[in-house]
Design a binder for this molecule. Structure first.
Ligand SMILES: *Cc1c(COP(=O)(O)O)cnc(C)c1O
Length: 411
């Protein structure tokens, strides 16, 4: 084992041991996991992956753990759906949806990052796990902590959707609802993490946590028949997922599993919280923090930790970062459900609405092999669509009443 070399500063390149560290002492840049790619290339193969577990752990050779997986054994390996009907509506011949609405156990892409983070937290010997969350991360940390026997604190903004609050409480963690935005929650958690020896999955063990997102890229390439897509559309909260999808595709190329990666990495934000899309539109290379005001609460990070890197990735790959209004988000949720039978949360609505916009702008062409990432389940954000739905038709239990009500003829 030991394919992980250690951590490395993304800015100055200084190397660190694979410890619970996340910022460079010299330049304050973020730390990232570094691997011995030659050693990985020598042993990894398509056959070896295919023979592995039907979970994200089939890619363990490229994940930052020292021994075997111990937490989140059933996460990942979600369906890749050929979206023919949605493609017809949008004008795309080869559209696929990566459906993380059915991820195990908490119905969002966060089950990937948490499986990796908590497996690593066990290796470090932590007994308490915690997170600052916009909702889905808290649900996933709470569920995995219950299963793995960690003590657990989750910190959320106090205005979260009710299903996301309930989706924490059911696992019996300590739920701390902070009166403020996610950015306030995150700042508070940074202070708390300096006081106690807890594994804050997205603070002190963030480098390991973030690597879990790469499995979405690995699965994409494998499920498309060992090739990279031409275009991907990825929702942005902190920006980590977008950068890791790109890192994952490049790593697969580097270790010889796929060739010719020319994927354009596109990002999607809500207009009510669009610090990265706005910087993209204005041609800036720095992010101006904003105060979020959008239905898409899972993406409502006003000061995104990886915003700068997400911007850079989109620009370098020829992608675009776009934003859509709350009305467009709701329309995106409806369109996806009506054409593909997939009920996504607000982040999925953001992705679909941005996809539509990019096709209309000509940034994505009809023949492009395109993957849209649907990262969370709609039952978690029912408030977003309440009031936009039709109503059930109530009838008495009689055939006659039924036929009359719908003006159907007797046969
Ligand atoms: C957290 C989250 C994202 C994006 O996460 P990043 O912070 O950008 O890595 C996307 N969709 C959903 C549903 C999420 O919960």
């Amino acid at each position: 084992m030991g394919k992980m070399k250690g951590l490395k500063c993304r800015e100055c390149g200084k190397a660190y041991p694979a410890e619970p560290l996340h910022v460079c002492e010299f330049c304050f840049g973020p730390l990232e996991v570094d691997y011995d790619y030659e050693a990985i290339a020598a042993t990894i193969s398509r056959d070896r992956i295919v023979a592995g577990p039907k979970s994200l752990w089939r890619y363990i050779d490229l994940l930052p753990v020292e021994k075997e997986a111990t937490v989140g054994l059933h996460g990942g390996f979600t369906p890749m759906i050929r979206a023919t009907r949605l493609g017809q509506v949008l004008g795309l011949d080869a559209l696929y949806l990566k459906n993380d609405t059915v991820n195990h156990p908490t119905l969002s892409f966060k089950d990937r990052v948490v499986a990796v983070a908590l497996t690593r937290a066990k290796e470090f010997g932590f007994d308490t796990v915690a997170c600052a969350s916009t909702g889905n991360l808290a649900n996933s940390v709470a569920a995995h902590a219950a299963q793995a026997g960690f003590k657990c604190f989750v910190f959320i903004p106090s205005d979260l959707e009710s299903a996301k609050v309930l989706g924490n409480l059911i696992y019996h963690p300590t739920v701390v609802a902070v009166e403020g935005t996610y950015d306030d929650v995150n700042r508070l958690c940074s202070e708390i993490s300096g006081e106690y020896r807890w594994a804050f999955v997205n603070i002190n063990i963030r480098p390991y946590y973030a690597e879990g997102s790469k499995t979405l890229a690995y699965e994409t390439a494998e499920q498309l028949g060992w090739r990279a897509p031409d275009q991907v559309v990825v929702p942005i909260a902190s920006g980590s997922l977008l950068t890791k999808i790109w890192k994952g595709l490049k790593e697969f190329e580097r270790v010889g599993l796929i060739t010719g990666v020319k994927t354009k990495v596109n990002g999607a934000q809500a207009a009510g919280c669009s610090p990265v899309a706005t910087a993209f539109a204005e041609g800036r290379d720095f992010i101006k923090p904003v105060k979020p005001k959008t239905l898409a609460k899972s993406l409502a990070i006003g000061n995104p930790a990886d915003g700068f890197y997400a911007l850079k990735t989109a620009r370098e790959t020829g992608g675009v970062i776009e934003m859509v209004t709350d009305d467009e988000i709701v329309a995106g949720i409806h369109l996806l459900a009506q054409t593909e039978g997939v009920f996504a949360e607000t982040a999925g609505g953001v992705t679909i609405a941005v996809l539509k916009k990019l096709v209309a702008q000509g940034a994505i062409a009809r023949r492009d092999l395109t993957v849209a990432y649907i990262t969370g389940h709609g039952l978690k954000t029912q408030e977003a669509v309440a009031g936009t739905l039709g109503e059930a038709v109530y009838i008495e239990p009689s055939l006659d009443k039924f036929q009359r009500r719908f003006r159907l003829k007797e046969t």
